[in-house]
Design a protein. Sequence first.
Length: 265
Amino acid sequence: MESGELKGDRVGVAQAERLLKSRWRTATMAAGWAFPADWPLAEVDDVCAAMLEHTDPADALIRLGRARAEAGAGLSETLLDLAALHAVLTDASHIVSPNVDALPSRMLRMTALGWADVVTKQAGDCAAEDPLTGLATAAYLRTRLGEVYRETPVAPLDYALVLLRLDVHRASGWSRVVAMTLVSDALRTVFDGGETLATLGPCVAAVLVRRDELLARRISNLRVLAADRLADDPNVRPVGPAKVWTERLPDTHAEACALLTSLGR
């Protein structure tokens, strides 16, 4: 059986952690934390315990930063929350004013590192896909072209680029977004055999295809389907017709990458 003194010590520690957590939460909410229900995390308890036990809080802060990023909190919001903790640790009054600039550098660095770990991984996971259109990015297309050029010592004549450009000079920003989404769907419908479909810019998309006897028909189908998609949505009427054409691949991968850059402007 545990002695009454040991039990009392544990109760006292638990009470102290609850008090610190409560003061921290109050300070964070007062500073403008947007979603109160998202604030409580197991990592918050770990940080409170480390601070009260006067142990190195580095690991707990890294885990907190990661957890905040995974929950969707931005870096500024995460650091303001951390500043609220620092404020209640250094000021015994009931009213504190969180100040990110007053954070100890190590405390800030550990939390920011944890947050950045998650955000960097998330960026890497989605870097191959444009979030607006669902098409591959231009960076991914350049990588794919590198694979194609490594297959042959000369220009890969059996491949071509099919390009689609929208006339958006009269369109609003929202109309451009809707129009690119619609023609991207048309691209996926026509080129559904594993081709690489990518966005090169805000109004240009490309498809890396093998030349065959069906290519001319597919390009014709793309023109018709893109026109139908654009005509069906009143939000994109200021957008002109989609221009669709083919480009032969240059002699080298470097020249191909330069071509993509020029087409995306």
